[in-house]
Ligand binder design. Sequence first.
Ligand SMILES: Cc1cc2nc3c(=O)[nH]c(=O)nc-3n(C[C@H](O)[C@H](O)[C@H](O)COP(=O)(O)OP(=O)(O)OC[C@H]3O[C@@H](n4cnc5c(N)ncnc54)[C@H](O)[C@@H]3O)c2cc1C
Length: 315
Amino acid sequence: MNILVYINAAGHLAKSALEAVTYASKIGGSISVVASGDVDDATLATLGEYGAQKVMVDRSASTDDAQQITRLVAKAADATGADLIVFSHDLIAKAVAPRLSVRLKAGLVSGAVAVPDQSNGFVCKVNVFSGKAYGFVSVKSAKKIISLLPNSFQPEKNGAACAVEAFDGAAGASAIKVIETKKPEGAIPLPEAELVVSAGRGLKGPENWGIVEDLAKALGAATACSRPVADIGWRPHHEHVGQTGVAIRPNLYIAAGISGAIQHLAGVNGSKVIVVINTDPEAPFFKAADYGVVGDVFDVLPKLTAAVQKFRAAH
Ligand SMILES: Cc1cc2nc3c(=O)[nH]c(=O)nc-3n(C[C@H](O)[C@H](O)[C@H](O)COP(=O)(O)OP(=O)(O)OC[C@H]3O[C@@H](n4cnc5c(N)ncnc54)[C@H](O)[C@@H]3O)c2cc1C
């Protein structure tokens, strides 16, 4: 099988890019990568360590214009004879993959969480109902597209650096004019964070976020928040997680003063370990928690921070 992986290489190689290449290598076949973005050749060559046989890069192609990227990936799919195209299921994939699906007459699976079962056709496992259940999608078209849910696969090295070649994706002029790009603040980008400390309206006001940031700093975690907290301007919108915000699947998600509404859980219930701190023992979040603390965030968070700092100092 010829597999083509699209990588959005704007500024750096995201963990999700390594996951997508690892995923392709688990499916098996000849694996090419097509990238847009400004990452240098030496860095792109490291994708070979995760299973890519070659990387084709078009540095003139956009990293945020879905129409341009669609044209780029379509041309690369043609050049490589791709039977399967793999994306990481991010905002770009959500815009590009359906366009490509129509253009190539390719069946599309959005948000896959496992390697397709090819023992009887081509069956992909996906998250459905906001992560409450799994669905199994059988793809019958000759060409196929899969977008892989971030954090479903750990990047795994299984090879050596590969060749990188310039590729003219004939992406054409962009119909979109980017006026301003605002990078999220904070040292650790939320979608890539392994550890996340998140807080909600239980924090009472933006002036109290110091105790959330202190714990995040002690752990080396990213910070997140519930939607109302972002809506009322206590925290920036890029921290809002949930159905209408960022979907994350970190190893540890600490939720402080968040009720655990279904729309919030939709973005975080793929986390490996969930710790909930809430004064209300009936808060719905406790049903999704691996560990729960019935307590006041203003009491519990500083104690947790002190315990983490003590542990770090001793190890
Ligand atoms: C279409 C739609 C989409 C939505 N999308 C999202 C989304 O993407 N993300 C999202 O988060 N929400 C989303 N929501 C909103 C969601 O339904 C909830 O209203 C929201 O998640 C509640 O936020 P919260 O838990 O911070 O606040 P609250 O519901 O007010 O809960 C605050 C919690 O803090 C606890 N608490 C209070 N004081 C303390 C204290 N001192 N110590 C410890 N605990 C304390 C309370 O017991 C309570 O459980 C959406 C809603 C709709 C209708």
